[in-house]
Design a protein around this ligand. Structure first.
Ligand code: 58G
Length: 230
């Protein structure tokens, strides 16, 4: 899977070079390329923004510079272009999974008061938000999207399946335990040491249902589990 990022701050993406996503890049399972929008400014001061027509606070990113940066991306015309914006539909797990089926995504990261509407209309296929709050730039949302999508690419996760994780069945995950057997007086639940895999499976499902009822009752409705709980 190929990601191209259009940004004024390519250095902000350094954290993606670590851990699981870092390994996925090193092994070629995902490819992330960065295009610095500022490199496409023709202005002698490398200006990328200007004052808004009609007045108002702040600056707006110039359409021509962003368009030229977009045109410089190989095969840009075959890719899906996403603008990270608080106006977009909120990213959810189902959408994450469907994006992981795409072969090439271009992520446009805005700054200041946003981007001139004409270039958005010209190049953007979809606006996506990571939640109902405003940020200073689209870089953190782009990183969130890359991380969430990449873990659904074949071979990116060591072995565990993303089929049975939180949200894929509309339930939160059951609690996990590892050594030591007793931590600050608290033992590991006995059933997990029993070796009885049928009992373990049942216990984990009960835990998932109880935790979801307690923390995210909205998810139980969505998953049709309401008749399962008291
Ligand atoms: C209003 C304010 C409209 C994504 C700023 C557009 C991007 C939040 C999210 C902007 C973002 C999110 C400029 C800075 C987009 C532009 C960017 N804020 N919730 N800010 O995913």
């Amino acid at each position: 899977m190929k990601f191209d990022v259009l940004t004024l701050f390519p250095e902000m993406f350094e954290p993606l070079n670590h851990s699981i996503i870092g390994r996925a890049i090193d092994s070629g399972k995902i490819e992330i390329r960065y295009t610095n929008i500022r490199d496409f400014s023709k202005d002698k001061h490398k200006k990328v923004d200007d004052t808004p027509y009609g007045g108002g606070a702040g600056m707006v990113m110039k359409p021509d510079v962003i368009y030229d940066a977009y045109q410089s991306i190989p095969d840009h015309d075959k890719a899906k272009v996403i603008y990270l914006s608080p106006k977009g539909k909120t990213l959810e797990q189902e959408k994450v999974k469907s994006l992981s089926q795409e072969s090439h995504l271009i992520l446009l990261c805005g700054h200041y008061e946003g981007v001139d509407q004409r270039v958005l209309d010209e190049i953007v296929d979809e606006d996506i938000s990571i939640g109902d709050y405003v940020l200073t730039g689209g870089e953190l949302p782009a990183m969130v999207l890359i991380d969430a999508v990449s873990r659904h690419i074949d071979g990116v996760l060591a072995q565990e399946s993303t089929e049975e994780e939180s949200f894929s069945n509309s339930l939160l995950e059951y609690p996990q335990y590892t050594r030591p057997e007793i931590f600050r007086g608290k033992p590991v639940p006995e059933v997990l040491k029993s070796g009885n895999h049928e009992n373990i499976r049942k216990w984990r499902l009960e835990q998932s249902l109880a935790i979801t009822k307690q923390k995210r009752p909205d998810l139980l409705k969505k998953g049709g589990y309401q008749s399962w709980i008291s």
